[in-house]
Design a protein around this ligand. Sequence first.
Ligand code: PEP
Ligand code: MG
Length: 701
Amino acid sequence: MVKDLFPSVSVRWKLMASFIIVFLVPVCLLRFGVPFWLTLFIGILLTAFFSWYAGSRILGTIDRLLNIAGKQSKSKTANRSDGDELQTLINTFDGIYNELEQKYSNPSKPTPIDLDNTSVEQTLLMPDPSRRISFNATLATGQPAMGDVVIMFDHEQLLNDHQIHITEDDAKELFEQVRTLTLEQLKQLSEYSKLTEDEKGIIEFQELLLHDPALLEGLNVALDEGIELIEAIQETFQGLKKRLQDSQNQYIAARAADCEDLEKRLTTSIISLANPELDDFYDRVHEKIIFCQQILPSEVVMLHRAGVRGIISMKGTASSHAQILMKCFGIPSLSCIENFYYRGMDGVKVLLDTRAHKLIINPKSVDQQILSRSITQFFSDIILEPIHLPNGEAIEVLATINNIELDATRALGMGADGVGLFRSEMTYIGKAELPNENELYAEYFHLTNTFQGKPVTMRMLDLGGDKLAGFQTDDLEENPSMGNRSMRLLLTRKDIFRTQLRAMLRAANDHTCILFPMISGWDELIKIHAFIDKQKEELIDEGYEINPNIQYGLMIEVPSLVEKIEDFVKDYSVFNIGSNDLTQYTLAADRNNRSVSDYYKYSHPSIISMISKVSKVYSQAGKRASMCGEMAYNLELLPLLIGLGIRSFSVSWDHIAELKSAISNINIEVCQKLTVEALNCRTQSEVEQVLGNYNPWPEGY
Ligand code: PEP
Ligand code: MG
């Protein structure tokens, strides 16, 4: 193939230059007295050269395009040798276009495209359902699961595909039918024993809406005006949704999602009633894995009742009601999968590795060990006693508790050596009312009592950022993660500080530690301790007995604390490295912003170096820093954490058994060796490569 002589010059300029050369050279030659016949000959030679060059480049380009197309499609290169290359090219691209059109218009029969030479990142939009491929999900609930996919109807598409035109009296009659049916379904849902107060609240709110005279009146007026039923429902609910969303009260604003849920539920039911063949969707989902764009709370409950094995939703947020429900029911689920085109996946086998937040399409038998491993760990490999490294060093595996009622006994049953982190804010998030001291005392006492004789670290309210209570609605901050959050908030809201502190002090025993989140230095600590001393005195004056052995601890989350870490060792007994926030603040990468997730890496050399510093300072002082946050249960990073000297971990109940087993079998010399190498790395990928080069576990583990 002829190479381009001037690759960086535009084709237009090249053509212009050729014309000028072909014209100017003969003119100059004649001007300098070269005979006419010689000038003509040179002119013809130049024209022939440029024509040949241009033609070869065009043919070469066609050939390259045909080669590229040949890798992407099966049908179209057959006629390559037929006559005109340009026509072959047109036929080829026609073929590709038809294949794609067929694939998208007939999603249940996908045509695999040969993507063998393409990296995972490049294929995200259209995974080949015949090959093993995995995707990362941001959110996960439940245990790993495997099954065949059923694609859930898309609400918008359902409305588009099945347009119905029911108006006036027919519409009123049909709406009444659907309203009664929905009220019945809501009643059935509310009888679910596993529903929390929050979920019951959603159902009650939807029931109220269905009885609301103003809403029903609005709908009737719209129908009387001749508006079609679905449109009338949408209009009526849009108005209400807008009013809710505009509310200054965050609790009320959050009800807009429940309102939308109800609207979709009503319109879906209307379409199902009008098209009875659609109604059997829930009959088809038993033991299946559901794929959908976004899941509604009511759909989670319906799917749970129908016995689904798992749910994959492309969108979702950790605090959404649907997510909370999936967690509450223990449904294996993965949410927030970017750039994943799932149409065409019907019937494909997938594995939900909920622990690693991975969706594996067409899992191999080796992948399926994920399922058996978790079952073994959960039912037979639970280690109730404290564990040791093979060299005899003691290790603490503590529980991170989010919800005392749900997690405390489960964690104890899984072998937790105590509570490393109780996130006390869960009682406040999204609630309009603040809890009172006695309610909090009962909750905290339940925790300390469940873990009698074991260490229990209770963290003071870490509200702010993405964790907002009902009262934090009026003055929403621009950059809340770095705003009036955690202890800073409590120092400005002494009423809330006082209530929680008094409840904690009253519930504390010999093994209790009160932990302060997001501390940046001594200035706030001095104020905090002055306030604590005052509250203790008040409680004692009121006749309460306050345990003299209460300990205090710090969350190590702000880099300024690491910088001066030596200054805090002597005064505090518990130090929790909050890997989530320490990473966020050190690397200036919002932990909730997916567009900077490449910058948010626990394996960043600066994070490793900080952990190394903290761990060294504490072990020299004969104390321990405990690792908590997501990094604490990351088995890929575990050898590094052990090598860095971390001997205490706080993880949620479902990671305790796995972590205990992994640590009991780890080879400490290998951990130390890889840590020396990792500490010398300049980039996070070098660190990851070092980790990949070593296996500190025995063969077959
Ligand atoms: C952390 O920051 O690592 C941590 C455990 O705190 P939270 O995730 O609750 O902010
Ligand atoms: Mg934190």
